[in-house]
Design a binder for this molecule. Structure first.
Ligand SMILES: Nc1ncnc2c1ncn2[C@@H]1O[C@H](COP(=O)(O)OP(=O)(O)OP(=O)(O)O)[C@@H](O)[C@H]1O
Length: 683
């Protein structure tokens, strides 16, 4: 894949991506966590690259978020989703959901969302997900009891490369191999020339060993399962707690995982445990056996009356004869019994087999002596025997387990990926439930039909081909903003629809800004492919969203000029945009503002654009405009305890009375005198 063709990917990033094991799959799946493993690729960059790859796949120019406020709204949607995901993987993966302008991308996400909405985010499922993470590839594994040997320098280099877990040794001849066999339990010889050679020790001539490293180092596979055991078991629990169909036999995986501990050691095999304990305890057991023998002998000597004949005594004194000879004669039985006890102790405490017990017999033996002492060479022989039996057993068990696990590796990877992807879906499902969402309907858009017909968007060109002349707009029924400063339960549903260019008037704190936020948020979520917080929504697929928040006070000349230039660019831009502007009048004095806004609305009206301009100067703007500008209004329905009670849904074609007008009206009704009546007449 030519990574540099992905939007936003230059030569350096392309090189970094190429270092990954399988960058194509990571890009295809939007796997941000894997992309982050590429050298020098930060989290934000990885998400941007994944989005770039998706855009490329859909030939999507992107760019819906045309202003800072639009981008902030997108961040809010993303945050609402991310805080509903359990795993870091899902949180990152959600970042690949961007507001698309290409119908095929929106449809692609909507297909996933359809599935997601059937999911039930239960507490057990979330608890199990907490322990799932992308699988690790173990590194730095060393196996010390096996080595590779070759006479060939090139093969030696290849061996180090292919099987870094084992030592590789260059040998000259069979003698060197014999030497190695003394230090390693197993020597794997890579040269055909040694086939049929007669070696002592476990020497295997395997010229093709480098072609199947997993057979030579079953530990590699075991380390993979051992290191990822918690994640794998959690992924099994996720499948059990959900309706996901596992790609493998979960019981078989759990059983196999119980045969290896977290550092890759085989567990649960009695014979291996016996041998391992025997190796570990051998020295201590020999020491104890010595004591057992000596205690017995000491007691026997103490009890015995020894009569030394004169002749013996003389030879002891004159010839320096050793007491041992006397001991042998006088205490032969006791000595034999002591040795037997020592041997029995060793055999029993180390649970030795008959063959091992035979070797152990040599540890205490020979001429009678007191105290009894071990024969180190015999201990060492038994040690060697036990160690190599242990290693042989362990290697065989590892190979057997690796055989069982080999077939499970690919499905196990799928098991974990499914669990992680489920987390993405559950986050979307939770978002939809928490905010009473519904799937929006795109109108004037041929994509839906195309996809429904043949499952693919054939040309990606979906611009309002059904109804090319239709004016862009939206219809929101029962929309409730999830980003208001009140609890979602307390958010009043709002109905609002706009086609073309509209002014939105209304009382202070009537909810005009919140409504712009809601419209922007619904459009963004809809074009991300997500469900939206409303009872029903129909909308055009917009090419750009320009959202301008209310400015904090009058702008100085420079800032004013650049804002006007922004609008200059805006009115010269492409069709199919949605423009949301909040109280633009606050950038300069009211008289000038009304004229400016009127001019901008006239220009936008000439295009295929939808626009909502919130303004307290609706009447003045209308008067200044050469076209008939639509005005909607958020109306106060009364004053309750000095607070205005409002109908949050704008009334169409209605210039709402302003807060000052309502207050004056109230005073005119409540107070005596003409002053308030004359003020009221001014409105
Ligand atoms: N749909 C709604 N449901 C419940 N409360 C709402 C809703 N819309 C707005 N509010 C409440 O009203 C407050 C004021 O809303 P908002 O700032 O949107 O009004 P505004 O009309 O833009 O005011 P101003 O004209 O002063 O700028 C919000 O902070 C929120 O607490």
């Amino acid at each position: 894949m030519a990574f540099e063709s992905i939007p936003g990917v230059g030569e350096k990033t392309a090189d970094a991506l190429a270092e990954l094991d399988d960058p194509e799959t990571a890009l295809q799946q939007g796997d941000v966590l894997t992309l982050m493993d590429a050298p020098g690729i930060s989290e934000g960059r990885a998400a941007a690259i994944a989005r770039g790859a998706i855009r490329q796949r859909h030939d999507d120019p992107g760019g819906l978020l045309a202003t800072d406020q639009a981008r902030e709204l997108y961040d809010s949607v993303l945050e609402l989703l991310q805080e509903r995901a359990v795993t870091t993987y899902a949180k990152k993966r959600l970042e690949t959901l961007y507001p698309a302008t290409q119908g095929s991308r929106i449809e692609e996400v909507r297909a996933t969302v359809d599935n997601a909405l059937t999911r039930e985010p239960t507490p057990e499922l979330r608890a199990a997900l907490a322990d799932v993470a992308p699988l690790d590839t173990p590194s730095g594994l060393r196996v010390r009891e096996r080595c590779l040997a070759t006479t060939d320098a090139e093969r030696y280099a290849a061996a180090r490369e292919a099987i870094p877990e084992l030592s590789a040794e260059v040998v000259d001849d069979g003698h060197d191999i014999e030497e190695l066999a003394r230090s390693y339990s197993t020597v794997i010889v890579l040269d055909e020339a040694f086939a049929g050679g007669d070696f002592s020790g476990d020497v295997r001539v395997q010229p093709d060993a480098l072609e199947s490293p997993e057979d030579v180092v079953p530990e590699r596979l075991l380390a993979f399962f051992a290191e990822n055991r918690e994640t794998l078991l959690a992924a099994v629990r996720v499948h059990e707690a959900s309706e996901l169909e596992p790609p493998l036999d979960c019981d078989a995986l759990t059983e196999s995982l119980s045969r290896v501990d977290e550092d890759g050691t085989i567990v649960g095999d009695e014979e291996l445990e016996r041998l391992a304990t025997a190796v570990d305890d051998l020295d201590a057991a020999v020491g104890t056996a010595e004591s057992v023998a000596n205690d017995h002998l000491r007691a026997a000597i103490k009890e015995r009356d020894v009569t030394i004949e004169g002749q013996d005594f003389l030879s002891l004194v004159e010839q320096g004869a050793r007491v041992d000879s006397l001991l042998a004669r006088e205490l032969d039985d006791a000595f034999d019994a002591a040795l037997q006890k020592a041997h029995d102790h060793l055999t029993e405490s180390l649970a030795l087999t008959d063959h091992e017990a035979e070797l152990a017999e040599h540890i205490f033996g020979g001429e009678p002596t007191f105290p009894v002492s071990r024969r180190d060479d015999a201990v060492s022989r038994l040690n060697t025997e036990l160690t190599s039996a242990r290693d042989r057993r362990s290697t065989k068990l590892k190979a057997d387990l690796a055989d069982d696990l080999a077939a499970l590796k690919t499905p196990a990877e799928e098991l974990v990926r499914n669990a992680l992807e489920l987390d993405v879906e559950l986050a979307i499902a939770a978002f939809a439930r928490d905010f009473d969402c519904t799937m929006p309907e795109f109108v004037g858009d041929a994509v839906d039909e195309d996809v429904a017909d043949d499952g693919a968007d054939d040309d990606g060109d979906t611009d309002s081909s059904e109804d090319a002349a239709s004016t862009p707009g939206f219809v929101i029924e029962g929309g409730r903003s999830p980003i208001l400063d009140v609890d979602f339960e307390a958010v009043e549903p709002v109905d609002y629809s706009v086609e073309g260019v509209t002014l939105l008037s209304g009382v202070n704190s009537g909810g005009k800004t919140s409504l712009l936020d809601l419209v922007g948020l619904i459009v963004i979520a809809a074009q991300m492919g997500l469900p939206v917080p409303a009872e029903a929504v129909q909308l055009s697929r917009f090419s750009e969203l320009h959202y301008y928040a209310k400015s904090q006070g009058t702008l100085d000349a420079g800032a004013f000029e650049s804002t006007l230039q922004d609008f200059g660019d805006l009115v010269a831009g492409a069709d199919g945009r949605l423009v949301l502007v909040d109280e633009l009048e606050s950038i300069t004095e009211p008289g000038a503002s009304a004229k400016l806004i009127a001019g901008i609305l006239e220009a936008l009206d000439r295009q295929e654009t939808a626009a909502v301009f919130v303004s307290h100067l609706a009447r003045e703007i209308r008067e200044a405009a050469a076209i008939d500008v639509a005005v909607d209004g958020i109306e106060a329905v009364g004053l309750v305890d000095g607070e205005l009670e409002v109908n949050r849904s704008p009334v169409k074609e209605h210039l709402a009375r302003s807060t000052p007008e309502l207050i004056v009206e109230k005073l005119a009704a409540d107070e005596d005198g003409d002053f308030y009546d004359s003020l009221l007449a001014k409105f």
